[in-house]
Design a protein. Structure first.
Length: 433
């Protein structure tokens, strides 16, 4: 297996025309999927004076490493609706803006290998249908027709969502950014926010490594660094970076880009075709997190591939796709997506600091859910957000009744149980939603 060159924080090819950091009504910190989606959505909603400040290149951190899976089948109706709203954006963004997200609506198949999992799928199908999302259980012959590359010996049920798919994260971020730029947003790349100017509990400006500028609102979309950015305002929020990785193989027989996305929760894996190769990632039983208190502004969050973990993914996938054992790994992608202790986004104004707004803790949904999440950020700025959007508020971490060690352990557990069975279907329980 060859070691790949991608490192979190590495530069990507697309360059945005450089603008200087400037005085602006709204300053978004972070040019990943979330920061660029928020810029696009806010500019579309009539906010006129927005800049994005990014310490590296756009999509140069976590977003550029993502697998691009977009799944709408979720354990709660709200999450389903968020994912459906996001898919609607990906399906039309090129038509509306002229910039493609390379969205491929291949459908997805979720495989159950145990009776408990079949029961969970039935519950998931109920939630999906209550949200208006089309899903169906596949017959064996239909599964074989849709996924001829699968060994279906162990399959007990297959849940099909025809409107799921995948996109190329760099393309999505580029599309958001270009469309936002057409709406007047400026992008100051290679500019690090190093301080926040707050007077009388109100945001007045940001300090950067280039200059200090005035601003009325700071939207913190700094991904795994979002906790460090919040701490510039003296705020403590449990935003925990947890390692995640996947491999992509060279071309193998039977795999091509039109195949559905696969999720096999009983072995904690997802897979899809990347070109004619296999992309396979998974959720480790022992999540590896960074201590949020030690993540500092501007710190490079490098992470080497863990070949023990990646080989385990390949071994497990071989039960369903034996060809993976002969495949050569072409590249490994990895990074530290940010998790919260309750597995929910942290979105909206920070209590006690007027003008500071969070758009963080994506719990590894930050690419697929970016359009919907940006909509939640916009809604959180309106006078009367829905109860669901209010429930995502950072307010739930105030006053500070939590401690760092437990918050970190809980966030790791969210990662580890990403595909776990919910309590009614499992002896082991689950927290993810
Ligand atoms: C291997 C892997 C696979 C994944 N697969 C998927 C998937 O299939 N589907 C999915 O939905 N999600 C996936 N994810 C999760 C997804 O990548 C994240 O949820 C998403 O990228 C978060 O976007 P973001 O904009 O919040 O963070 P980021 O992309 O990390 O963006 C934050 C940005 O803020 C900038 N920044 C930080 N501090 C400062 C500062 N002080 N000043 C200026 N700029 C700053 C950073 O440079 C960075 O560019 C995956 C993640 C990984 C690592």
């Amino acid at each position: 297996m060859r070691v790949a060159s991608h490192v979190l924080g590495a530069q990507v090819a697309w360059k945005v025309p450089v603008a200087e950091v400037r005085d602006a009504e709204v300053t978004i910190v972070g040019g990943g999927a979330i920061g660029c989606a928020v810029a696009y959505v806010l500019a579309g909603a009539g906010y006129r004076d927005i800049q994005v400040v990014e310490q590296g290149e756009l999509a140069g951190a976590t977003s550029g490493q993502a697998a691009g899976l977009v799944g709408q089948v979720r354990a709660t109706k709200e999450r389903c609706l968020l994912a459906m709203a996001s898919v609607a954006v990906y399906a039309r963004i090129e038509r509306e803006t002229g910039y493609p997200a390379d969205w491929r609506q291949t459908g997805s198949v979720r495989i159950a290998a145990t009776a408990e999992r079949v029961a969970e799928f039935q519950a998931l199908a109920g939630v999906a249908r209550s949200a208006g999302l089309e899903v169906e259980f596949l017959t064996a012959s239909r599964l074989a027709a849709l996924c001829p590359m699968l060994d279906t010996t162990q399959v007990k049920a297959a849940l099909w969502c025809p409107t799921d798919g995948y996109l190329q994260p760099n393309s999505l971020v580029t599309a958001y950014a270009r469309a936002a730029r057409d709406r007047g947003v400026t992008f100051a790349t290679h500019t690090t926010v190093t301080g926040l100017r707050i007077m009388g509990g109100v945001v007045r400006g940001v300090r950067t490594d280039r200059r200090t500028v005035e601003t009325d609102m700071v939207i913190n979309a700094a991904g795994p660094w979002a906790g460090a950015v919040a701490s510039l305002a003296g705020q403590h929020l449990p935003i925990v970076p947890v390692r995640h990785e996947y491999f992509v193989t060279r071309a193998v027989a039977g795999w091509h880009g039109g195949l559905p996305v696969l999720r096999i929760p009983d072995i904690r894996l997802y897979a899809r075709a990347e070109g004619q190769g296999i992309l396979c990632g998974g959720w480790e039983p022992d999540g590896l997190s960074l201590d949020p208190r030690e993540v500092t502004i501007g710190q490079a969050l490098a992470v080497p591939p863990d070949w023990d973990v990646l080989s385990g993914f390949a071994r497990d996938l071989a039960t369903f796709a034996p060809v993976v054992t002969e495949a050569e790994v072409r590249e490994v992608f990895r990074g530290f997506p940010a998790f919260s202790p309750d597995g929910r986004f942290i979105v909206g104004p920070v209590p006690g600091v007027r003008g500071l707004v969070m758009a963080a803790a994506c719990n590894a949904h930050g690419v697929s859910g970016s359009a919907g999440l940006a909509g939640h950020v916009l809604e959180s700025l309106q006078p009367d957000p829905s109860p669901y959007v209010q429930s995502l508020s950072p307010r739930r971490y105030y006053p500070r009744t939590w401690d760092w060690e437990s918050a970190r352990a809980q966030a790791e557990r969210i990662y580890e149980t990403y595909y776990s069975l919910p309590p009614q279907h499992s002896r082991f329980g689950s927290t993810s939603s």
